[in-house]
Design a protein around this ligand. Structure first.
Ligand code: HAM
Length: 430
């Protein structure tokens, strides 16, 4: 006998059995519906990318988590860890042919060699909405409104969610005044993003490695503690460009009806070095799952970094793992049946053709039909039809076939009626 294989999926990846697949499709349908409501077009690309697309000097964690390898043609390739660089590549490839601004969305599987924890897998799906070619924070407001619309649709109204919003421009302007040049800015952001996990001392130490002295590091930590526009106005200079953007954003958010869900929180930096403006993370306000369900930001410099013509870009990634955890915690996951309308049960093999012909006729009428060819006892057929959530059960035995009929019952009831079989129950081989 051959050796039994290991039936576990590769560590960090998920098998999706039909029950879970129905939930996944339900989630994706909500994502697609909201994207369409906001006028976004869907795009896609292959999960396999050139590794060079992810080369960044700032030390982003994501580049250390690449699933990368050399293909048989000697190319350095990687499974995409996120969709943003792919989007930038696609926009660059078409350049001026594309009518700006673009509003694009995708649901992309992404791979990251992560340390496994709750809410973190090595493979996840990410819904992305991005706007290309719009410098105004109206784009950010529109994107946040779309995120809120999705959460509302799945049962989390705006009172139950919180957008933690900050702006890289605030930090950049602040650091310029403290003498940190723009060259070191991205790397400093990547370090500061870790401060939640590693604590203030380790942050100060890591900042020192980037030439940030202790006093400056302390000022950075003070800025991180700022919450709300009022406090922000007290701490940063009035001409700070980030402050201005956030003020405008709050006005627009009020128009979208999502202002109460937004907290200005300067501890939000985000771990991706390409962000240049607004950055935000979205949480379940109850704190039942402490991880962000989504994260986004403005990255006006990415096209230029990749050697293209600069264009303003902003968007978010919304993962499937954390949101499904959150919805489960709140009892908001739907109980979805299999979508089967009718079961046709031929009692014996000799009437399989009549059953097949009836099923085809019903399918032609738009019904979802299972033919139960198992020839098991009737009670098993009924139990399975009930379990599958079917509405009608059709039974065909040799007697019925001879008379050109099938017995029909509503699943869960005993009364039966008769319906005529297609073509009077005659199935010819012609
Ligand atoms: P991100 O914050 O790295 O941003 O990921 C966005 C979301 O994807 C996270 O909030 C989380 O829901 C989910 N996610 C990320 N990594 C994992 C993982 N290992 N397991 C489960 N879920 C995960 C980005 O990826 C940016 N590219 C988003 C973006 C789009 N920015 C602008 N446009």
């Amino acid at each position: 006998m051959s050796q039994r294989i290991d039936t576990q999926p590769v560590k960090g990846t998920r098998d999706v059995y039909p029950d879970d697949m129905r939930v996944r499709q339900w989630l994706f349908a909500h994502w697609r519906k909201v994207a369409a409501q906001f006028g976004f077009e869907e795009y896609d690309a292959c999960v396999l990318e050139s590794e060079s697309l992810y080369v960044r000097k700032a030390g982003d964690e994501i580049t250390g988590q690449l699933y990368n390898f050399t293909d048989k043609g000697g190319r350095q390739v990687a499974l995409r860890p996120e969709m943003t660089p792919t989007l930038a590549r696609m926009v660059m490839a078409r350049g001026a042919q594309l009518a700006m601004p673009l509003r694009w969305n995708t649901i992309a599987q992404c791979f990251r060699y992560e340390r496994m924890q709750r809410g973190r897998k090595r493979e996840h799906f990410q819904w992305n909405m991005d706007i290309v070619g719009l410098a105004s924070v109206a784009a950010e407001a529109e994107l946040m409104a779309a995120q809120a619309a999705f959460l509302q649709a799945v049962g989390l109204p705006s009172a139950g969610i919180v957008f933690k919003v900050s702006h890289r421009g605030i930090l950049q302007h602040y650091l310029q005044q403290l003498g940190i040049d723009d060259q070191r800015f991205s790397a400093v952001c990547v370090v500061i993003d870790k401060h939640d996990k590693i604590g203030p001392e380790a942050t100060v130490q890591l900042l020192a490695e980037h030439g940030v002295d202790a006093a400056t590091a302390q000022s950075i930590l003070e800025l991180m503690a700022v919450r709300g526009l009022e406090q922000l106005r007290d701490v940063v200079a009035a001409d700070n460009p980030g402050l201005n953007d956030l003020e405008q954003l709050m006005t627009l958010a009020a128009a979208y009806g999502i202002a109460e869900s937004i907290t200005i929180d300067c501890s939000v930096v985000r771990g991706l070095s390409y962000y240049t403006g607004t950055v935000w993370e979205l949480f379940d306000a109850s704190g039942s799952v402490p991880r962000a369900v989504a994260g986004g930001g403005r990255y006006d410099g990415l096209l230029e970094h990749l050697g293209g013509t600069p264009a303003p870009m902003v968007g978010f990634g919304f993962g499937d793992v954390v949101i499904l955890d959150v919805l489960s915690e709140h009892g908001l996951l739907p109980a979805l049946d299999k979508g089967i309308d009718d079961v046709v049960f031929p009692l014996r093999a000799e009437v399989f053709p009549q059953a097949a012909a009836l099923a085809q006729q019903l399918r032609g009428q738009g019904r979802h039909v299972v033919v139960d060819y198992s020839e098991r006892r009737f009670k098993h057929i009924i139990a399975r039809a009930e379990q599958d959530g079917a509405e009608h059960l059709y039974v065909i035995g040799p007697d019925e076939a001879a008379r050109g009929v099938a017995k029909k019952r509503v699943v869960g009831q005993r009364e039966e009626s008769e319906i005529a079989l297609p073509n009077g129950g005659t199935v010819s081989q012609e």
